[in-house]
Write a protein that binds this ligand. Structure first.
Ligand code: NAP
Ligand code: MG
Length: 429
């Protein structure tokens, strides 16, 4: 008899527990398609877990396909995991990535690596064939040094060729340098004089490829549409009448043939101007647009834009492929110095904002692709909760140093995320 009662009670409890689990699940936002989740290294790996535990799991029934891109696991899998994660991104279209170590000689020793594995971002970019867009997160109290910048300026840098794939020569005595082209089929050959040197000097050869320029242009047009922001593009075509002019033409042709109507329907503009004119206009603009740049211009200008907006820890980054794949991450690295403090048991105050925005970017895109408005709304609420937390004066040490708010409260890495959770819970009540 007692045994019978025990069995009945057990069943009831089991039912109750299942009911509770279901209730909890019902309250959470459901996902239909998984996100590709790429975990990473050091301090950002610690933040990654805090973010999931405090800001994602309590609200979203997270569907993700998890890939551990931590250096140890990359080494164990001979870096296969990076390739698998990239292939998964092709399949599902949206990924979120934690910062990862790019090994150098010191890291090979520190982790006892089999090889000095390549940069994961380089591998992912090569497989997805994309362009990286970097956008600062603008909050009140962290003022851009350029007073009139009110909205973020997104910078897109072409990632192939020009001076990064150049050949160079030192000329040490008088002589002639020529550029020679011979077509493989033997039907065309062309020679032009670069310079007749009367004394010592230097010379350089650069190239780019139509495929690469076109895929860059396509990524820019796609991203502008997906963000509903104007797109600016700049080169030095008045001086470089063939090379830079070709970039201008590729963009113009693609725009006329494929994107003009879509841009008009979205109420956004494509605007081409000379690089020096773009620089001058940007200093006087309000922001809120995307600036596409050639490789070198983007290298230089992205550092100017990010430091002028305040902090690398407030800069997000998304790799957009011309085939419609999106990979979101923070623009900063693994914050090694903070991690060693963390390992030593010391308190850290590491800024998780860019990593949180990598998550919201990916969740929003997933929601848009799946027609999941709850997920899109949640992404917006989490971003707002993050910004509201900082604007209320609660922030990490890096922002305390530069804020114009009076009496900011410096909190540790976890407290900052918990403060955001409190804001988020208020917003979702
Ligand atoms: P980093 O991780 O970006 O950090 C450089 C410094 O910037 C930090 O020491 C810190 O300054 C400050 N900082 C950066 N992010 C911060 C944050 N979220 N909160 C507070 N402060 C922040 O660059 P790194 O130290 O040169 O590189 C470390 C590792 O990251 C390297 O192994 C590199 O390969 C890797 N990395 C990865 C990526 C990526 O995966 N996308 C990008 C860049 C670098 P203080 O020390 O003064 O507080
Ligand atoms: Mg640079």
């Amino acid at each position: 008899m007692e045994l019978c009662q025990w069995i009945i009670d057990e069943y009831r409890n089991k039912d109750k527990n299942e009911q509770k689990e279901n209730d909890a699940k019902m309250d959470k936002i459901q996902m239909t398609t998984p996100l590709v989740e790429m975990d990473g290294d050091e301090m950002t790996r610690i933040l990654w877990q805090y973010i999931k535990d405090e800001l994602i799991y309590p609200f979203v029934d997270l569907k993700s396909e998890y890939y551990d891109l931590g250096l140890k696991h990359r080494d164990e899998t001979d870096d296969q995991v990076t390739k698998d994660a990239s292939e998964a991104t092709k399949k599902y279209k949206v990924a979120v990535k934690c910062a990862t170590i790019t090994p150098n000689a010191a890291r090979v020793e520190e982790y006892g690596l089999k090889e000095m594995w390549k940069s994961p971002n380089g591998t992912i970019r090569a497989i997805l064939d994309g362009t990286v867009f970097r956008t600062p997160i603008v909050v009140k109290g962290i003022e851009p040094v350029v007073r009139n910048w009110k909205k973020p300026i997104t910078i897109a840098r072409h990632a192939y060729g020009d001076v990064y794939r150049n050949v160079e020569m030192r000329i040490d005595k008088p002589g002639t340098v020529k550029l020679v082209y011979n077509s493989t089929d033997g039907t065309k050959s062309q020679t032009i004089l670069v310079h007749k040197f009367e004394g010592p000097g230097v010379v350089q050869g650069q190239h780019n490829l139509d495929d690469s320029i076109e895929s860059f242009a396509r990524s820019c047009f796609e991203y502008a549409l997906s963000e509903k922001k104007d797109l600016w593009f700049s080169t030095k075509d008045t001086i470089s009448k063939i090379y830079d002019h070709h970039f201008k033409d590729v963009f113009a042709d693609l725009y006329e043939n494929e994107y003009k109507e879509k841009f008009e329907a979205a109420g956004i503009e494509y605007f081409y101007t000379l690089i020096d004119d773009a620089v001058a206009r940007i200093m006087k603009a309000e922001g809120g647009f995307i600036w596409a740049t050639k490789n070198y211009d983007g290298d230089v200008m992205s550092d100017m834009i990010s430091s002028a907006f305040g902090s690398l820890a407030m800069m997000t980054s998304v790799l957009v492929s011309p085939h419609g794949y999106y990979e979101y991450e923070a623009a900063h690295g693994t914050v090694q110095r903070h991690y060693y403090k963390y390992l030593a048991g010391e308190e850290t105050s590491t800024n998780s904002v860019a990593t949180i925005f990598a998550w919201t970017g990916a969740l929003r895109k997933r929601g848009e692709l799946d027609g999941n408005s709850d997920l899109v709304t949640f992404a917006g609420q989490l971003e707002k909760a993050t910004i509201d937390t900082i604007e209320s004066g609660i922030m990490t040490g890096d922002l305390v140093r530069i804020t114009s708010l009076e009496n900011p409260k410096k909190v540790n890495s976890l407290e900052f995320i918990q403060a955001i959770r409190a804001e988020l819970e208020k917003a979702r009540q």
